[in-house]
Ligand binder design. Structure first.
Ligand code: LHQ
Length: 261
């Protein structure tokens, strides 16, 4: 069984984490296939949005804990190797992808699995899904961008509570806290997430990529620097074919036909 399922439809590249008996916990093969799929998403003009989800009852339980030999006589494991070679590049790849990434959290998202969801652009979660920063239960530190995303999304009081207590946060609470875009009924999750991914795939892809760039940069910028960045990115957006099309369609009172260029 392939640990990542890949399909393409109407400009949407759908990626499904597929190790359901382990709640889609990551192993090296899964990282490799996800890396290849996201490279394809980046390089192929026909791919204009990505939809990420999990198969079975979980979204992703983070690192596969059964892959590590932690017995007393085993050599200590340097976890920075796995972060440096797999998790950090994955988070960077999702954030740097100049196309929107929609995440449909279909069930529990734990450890790195939770933070990989937060690295996506629009996160929908089934009402029965939950988010757990399970790292502290193992004596670890939230990784895969958790210590970056959490305080920015929910504020420092809630971020440290989530990280230290490792409580399960329901999808509805996650929506109320501003951790995710929306919690939706389980039966409607995939339909709603696919509709958003399809709408984004029919949109001005270049502009969307520039929006991601601007918003991601804002966390570390002063207002002055951000105003300069907006000026530069708007210059670039204004040279796109889709900007011309957007204005023409508005003036002609018709639906725009964006090409993603
Ligand atoms: C699993 C896992 C799992 C293997 C459920 N592995 N089998 C990065 C770099 C380097 C090193 C370290 O870490 C990292 C980042 C990380 O992600 S660290 C955090 C790793 N993840 C966790 O600590 C989460 C562990 N899982 C859980 O706490 C629970 O399974 C959650 C809360 C996710 C779900 O609980 P339940 O709904 O009660 O399900 P369950 O515990 O019964 O799990 C179902 C099955 O999935 C079970 O197998 P079994 O054969 O008994 O049915 C679990 O063993 C397996 N599973 N997570 N990470």
């Amino acid at each position: 069984m392939a640990p990542i399922l890949v399909s393409r439809d109407a400009g949407v590249l759908s990626l499904t984490l597929n190790r359901p008996d382990k709640l889609n916990a990551f192993n090296p093969e899964m990282h490799k296939l996800l890396r290849e799929a996201l490279e394809e998403a980046r390089d192929e003009a026909a791919v204009r949005s990505v939809l990420l989800t999990g198969s079975g009852r979980g979204f992703c339980a983070g690192q596969d804990l059964s892959e590590r030999n932690l017995s007393a006589d085993a050599a200590p494991i340097d976890l920075s190797v796995s972060l440096g070679s797999n998790y950090n590049p994955l988070v960077r790849r999702l954030r740097a992808l100049p196309k929107p990434v929609v995440c449909a959290v279909n069930g529990v998202a734990a450890g790195a699995g939770a933070n990989i969801a937060l690295a996506c652009d629009i996160v929908l979660a089934a009402r029965s899904a939950s988010f757990v920063q399970s790292f502290s239960k193992l004596g670890l530190v939230p990784d895969s961008g958790g210590t970056y995303f959490l305080p920015r999304l929910v504020g420092s009081a809630r971020a440290i509570g989530l990280a230290l207590l490792a409580d399960r946060l329901s999808a509805e609470e996650a929506e109320r806290w501003g951790l995710i875009w929306r919690a939706v009924d389980d039966a409607r999750l995939m339909e709603e997430a696919a509709a958003i991914a399809r709408a984004l795939a029919a949109g001005p892809t270049k502009g969307y990529g520039l929006i991601k760039k601007a918003l991601h940069a804002s966390a570390g910028n002063s207002l002055d620097a951000q105003l300069d960045l907006e000026r530069d990115l708007q210059r670039e957006a204004g040279f796109s074919e889709d900007y011309r099309e957007g204005v023409a369609a508005f003036l002609q009172k018709r639906k725009p036909q964006y090409k993603g260029k």
